[in-house]
Write a protein that binds this ligand. Structure first.
Ligand SMILES: *Cc1c(COP(=O)(O)O)cnc(C)c1O
Length: 497
């Protein structure tokens, strides 16, 4: 006979299993550098080794058996994002407190879709998004304290879709629902595909999505003049501009769009301006980066992922809006969609009573605030700042190494902790296509090196670049030095006649 369900949350058993799992993870962290960052495998490698069906009865000591399989089958087959030699994409920021915050939230396992469904979970989220917003020096208008407000979602893709739908419905309420086909949205050719995906889901016509070419020469930023021309042409054609997705830290090169100038074009025409700061938003915790986002008072919303670069393990995306009521109007499930101010803090500031189901796509939601609160509390804003700065310093060191080798060039300005570089075309007779092929071969060779780093690539303005994104918590300067040696050695082989 099976044990009664209550035994599935037995405290003593949990303690025993918990020690086992934490020990396992700790062992993983201490040995992580021994694994090749990216496994060299063919599809099906794992499926072939696992049974076709779930077991009907567990084996003896199933957790130990499963952990052995994690060690022997799973870990050799994953990409080790926490490896100090992982430089691909953007980091998946990790900390012991972040991991334990996930465990704590999973253990308590509440579903805070309304305030009443778990009051402290909702209120902690309200407090923690304002904490984070202030730490990043966001304009007060985006915080609950200033009449706006924020929430914690899983991803930037969700955040962008939610605010686009809010902007769409606000505009349609003005011009009539029948005109959805006239709505036009704007981004640059460096904007994350999350935005175009959101536009598709939100019912924006495919040919009403304006993708404005970024400035090539220096910045890869969205040129305000390009936006102005596009908006002007659309208005003259009888269309209705509704939404601009700007980026602070684009995915290919971490370019920063000129927020103030873009708002000056968009806002007077009633265009909702969103800032996608998924990666670089974390850097705003350091005052030295804030000049990059001047003029942010004018934006309507901003999202960033503390799970990318602020030590808050997957998943955690913070979204702030100036006018949360627009979001609730679009996504709220009750007939009365007014945000209720039910109470006041000791200093008289009203405490909003939020039903977060009305701020997101799904009903069920995770207690992400607990994890983010633990991270902010246990590391402090100073600790987070130090972590970001350490990565920026290591990336700058890597950039210096690239600059010191005349065979290479840095392709885009390094603003944060991403270095975009490539082998220069070896002679003036090298075509752009050959130069790209050469760099593609270089990256493949580097990533195939068992003890080597793992990097990714991007194609910007037709130019293939290698991306070295520093941000794994375990990365130190020695790791970029070793990585650079591997890159140089392969370059020598590839360039040999
Ligand atoms: C990573 C990234 C995204 C997508 O983030 P998700 O949280 O995975 O949806 C969007 N925009 C930018 C600029 C990014 O770097």
């Amino acid at each position: 006979m099976s044990p009664p369900p209550a035994q599935l949350l037995d405290s003593d058993e949990f303690r025993r299993q918990g020690h086992q799992v934490i020990d396992f993870i700790a062992e993983y962290y201490s040995r992580i550098a021994e694994y090749p960052v990216h496994p060299d495998l063919v599809p099906g490698f794992l499926s072939r080794r696992l049974p076709q069906n779930a077991p009907s009865r567990p084996e003896p000591d199933p957790l130990s058996a499963a952990l052995n399989d994690v060690r022997d089958l799973i870990l050799p087959g994953i990409t080790h994002w926490q490896s100090p030699r992982h430089f691909a994409h953007f980091p998946a920021s990790s900390s012991t407190v972040g991991a334990l915050g996930e465990a704590l939230a999973a253990g308590i396992n509440v579903v805070p879709f309304t305030w009443a469904a778990s009051p402290a979970a909702t209120e902690l989220e309200v407090v923690v998004v304002d904490w984070l917003g202030k730490a990043l020096q966001l304009p007060k208008s985006l915080l609950f304290e200033g009449g706006g407000g924020g929430t914690l979602l899983g991803t930037s893709c969700e955040a962008i879709l939610c605010v686009l739908v809010a902007a769409r419905d606000r505009k349609l309420a003005e011009i009539g629902e029948g005109r959805i086909g006239d709505l036009v949205v704007y981004c640059s050719d460096q904007t994350h595909f999350a935005f175009r995906k959101a536009a598709r889901i939100a019912g924006i016509r495919k040919d009403n999505c304006r993708v404005i070419p970024a400035q090539r020469e220096d910045t890869f930023a969205l040129p305000p003049a390009g936006l102005e021309d596009a908006v002007q042409a659309d208005v003259e054609a009888g269309l209705v501009p509704v939404f601009l997705c700007t980026s602070v830290g684009t995915t290919p090169t971490t370019a920063v769009d000129p927020i103030r100038e873009l708002c000056a074009v968009a806002s007077p025409r009633g265009v909702w301006v969103h800032v996608d700061a998924a990666y670089a938003g974390s850097a705003l915790i350091c005052p030295e980066f804030r000049h990059l986002v001047e003029g942010m008072e004018a934006v309507d919303s901003l999202s960033m992922n503390p799970h990318k670069w602020l030590l808050a393990n997957n998943d955690c995306c913070a979204l702030w809006l100036k006018q949360p009521s627009a979001l609730v109007a679009a996504l709220g499930t009750d007939d009365d969609v007014i945000l209720k101010d039910a109470a006041a803090r000791d200093d008289g500031v009203p405490v909003p009573v939020v039903d977060y189901k009305d701020w997101q796509i799904s009903l069920t939601r995770r207690f992400r605030a607990l994890k983010l609160w633990l991270v902010l509390r246990c590391y402090g804003t100073d600790g987070l700042r130090d972590a970001v700065r350490a990565h920026v310093r290591i990336a700058a060191a890597f950039e210096d190494m690239v600059c010191a080798d005349a065979r290479f060039e840095v392709v885009a300005p390094r603003l944060f902790a991403l270095v975009c570089f490539r082998l220069r075309p070896p002679s003036i007779a090298t075509s752009p296509l050959e130069a790209n092929n050469l760099n593609e071969r270089l990256l493949a060779a580097v990533n195939a090196t068992r003890e080597g780093p793992y990097m990714s690539c991007a194609v910007v303005g037709g130019v293939y670049v290698l991306r070295c994104a520093v941000g794994s918590t375990l990365t130190e300067e020695c790791h970029v030095r070793e990585a650079w040696k591997v890159v140089q050695d392969h370059a020598t082989l590839i360039l040999a006649p």
